[in-house]
Design a protein around this ligand. Structure first.
Ligand code: NAD
Length: 473
């Protein structure tokens, strides 16, 4: 079943009846306990299968993403397919080394003995994905979960039904379906899954639903990763290269029609360059998307009419420097720059998640830092400055999940950087080795030979034994 970006209502395609979910989770647990997913050979085989899946079925994947989000083919390829491919290759290259037990030193009093940290799978893992990068944000955690030897249940987003249905079909075709199961559906299906005892929950989505997930996981004391959202600021200093900054910021703002968790949400611009910078933003939008951006094949659409109505409302009462056009029937929002934005207005108090940049003039970098620090910790923070000490000072005086200097979004494409939020923008991080670690239980094991067993620690406790123990502890 497919839904175009202009369909009136999101279509959910549940494939698993709610009353079958407990049995599905039980079956996953039995498979895990049977040990099938643990060997390196199984992990490699499944990662190879995922690799084949994205290579052989790239066109279908990009078509589904276009149906769900009007996603331009290049954005679908780069941000949903290629990024997963390089993650798989990176992880495959290092996996055998990561899986090795790590030897640690043993204190004298416990000698002779050896101690190791075993890298063990967590068990049955639930991955809950959002709709904005519906393929990549299901696949990336899946790659980490497989690499760490887990049995996985994936719940794709019901708001991207074409991608959800495609994943269910392709996973059944390419992967070991005893170990990797897809449950399609929305809130009722996710709620039923979260009622089961799971060994790990990896959730990507909104901060409000993140709290629902964490509460449900707490019932079973199940650990979680929460990859959440928020308002990622971009700070533009007077020393910035305005032309390049405008290009990078508009690109990041309009990528996926602004529906990226790490999209620059609002810009705090030094007053000395504010006017010139806004002119540069306008020029860039015209260069990228032409006079009528609605006709550009390079701009995606808002996911559905409900979200479109929310975004359109954010524009009410704002001063538009460029853009501002909306077309509900096409789920279209023009690339838009807002100026003279009041910090108390709704556009500055909810995640925009659309190609709308709110620009705020600041007297200096201290004011920019104050505005950022008055708000919840963002998922990403961007600073554009020609002067590296300014960028350093902004980083030193703010907090965020991740950050980039003179760039947006791309920090998440570096596998060795942990990707995750802080406070309300998330709990935990993944990508590359961090994905392996997220889905791995580090089990500390002591191995003590029996050939010697000095009675020093056993009763009866004598003053001599105490003296020796005090000396070596
Ligand atoms: P969402 O929280 O509405 O939905 C995410 C998932 O949770 C979906 O699979 C949905 O079916 C499920 N869900 C929704 N309501 C639920 C409930 N009450 N109980 C149980 N499950 C429920 O998020 P979304 O709208 O799909 O995605 C957009 C949000 O995700 C934005 O805030 C964005 O910033 C954030 N996001 C974060 C990242 C990241 O990596 N940090 C990436 C992408 C998106």
């Amino acid at each position: 079943m497919t839904q175009t970006a202009t369909s009136p209502e999101p279509v959910s395609n549940p494939t698993t009846a709610i009353d079958e979910i407990p049995a599905l989770v039980d079956a996953s647990r039995q498979t895990f306990e049977g040990g099938r997913s643990r060997p390196l050979s199984w992990r490699r085989q499944q990662l190879d299968a995922l690799s084949r899946l994205i290579t052989e079925r790239e066109t279908e994947i990009c078509d589904a993403l276009h149906a769900d989000l009007g996603k331009p083919a290049l954005e679908a390829f780069a941000a949903e397919v290629a990024i997963v491919g390089s993650d798989i290759e990176y992880i495959k290259k290092h996996l055998a080394g990561w899986m090795k037990p790590q030897k640690v030193s043993t204190p004298v009093l416990l000698q002779p003995a050896s101690a190791r940290v075993r890298q063990e799978p967590r068990g049955v893992v639930l991955i809950i994905a959002p709709w904005n990068y519906p393929f990549q944000l299901a696949m990336s955690p899946l790659v980490g979960a497989i690499a760490a030897g887990n049995v996985v249940i994936i719940k794709p987003s019901e708001l991207a039904p074409a991608t959800s249905a495609l994943m269910a079909r392709l996973f059944a075709e390419y992967l070991d379906t005893d170990c990797i199961k897809v449950v399609e559906g929305g809130v009722p299906e996710t709620t039923a899954l979260l009622e089961q005892r799971l060994d790990y929950v990896f959730f990507t989505g909104s901060t409000s639903v993140g709290k629902v997930v964490m509460r449900a996981a707490a019932e079973h004391l199940t650990p979680v990763t929460l990859e959440l959202g928020g308002k990622s600021p971009v700070i533009v200093d007077k020393s910035a290269n305005l032309e390049v900054s405008a290009r990078r910021i508009i690109w990041g703002k309009c990528y996926n029609a602004g529906q990226s968790c790490v999209a620059p949400d609002y810009a705090l611009v030094h007053e000395d360059i504010h006017e010139r910078f806004v002119e540069q933003l306008k020029k860039t939008i015209l260069e990228f998307y032409g006079d009528d951006a609605q006709k550009s094949p390079d701009l995606g659409r808002i996911i559905n009419e409900r979200h479109h109505a929310r975004v359109a409302k954010l524009l009410e009462g704002q001063t538009v420097a460029i853009g501002g056009q909306v077309d509900e029937a096409d789920c279209y929002i023009a690339p838009t720059v807002l100026v003279d934005v009041d910090l108390a207005s709704p556009v500055m108090n909810e995640e925009i998640f659309a190609p709308i940049l709110a620009v705020i003039k600041v007297a200096d970098m201290n004011e920019a830092v104050r505005i950022v620090n008055d708000r919840p910790e963002p998922l990403a923070l961007y600073v554009f400055a020609g002067d590296s000490s300014t960028a350093q000072s902004v980083l030193d005086s703010t907090r965020s999940g991740g950050a980039a200097v003179n760039q947006v979004l791309m920090h998440l494409a570096i596998p060795e950087l942990p990707f995750g939020g802080l406070g309300p923008s998330g709990v935990g991080a993944y990508h590359g080795k961090h994905s392996f670690d997220t889905f791995t239980h580090r089990r500390g094991v002591l191995n003590k030979p029996t050939m010697m067993d000095p009675p020093i620690a056993y009763p009866p406790y004598t003053p001599t034994k105490e003296k020796i123990i005090r000396r070596f502890v």
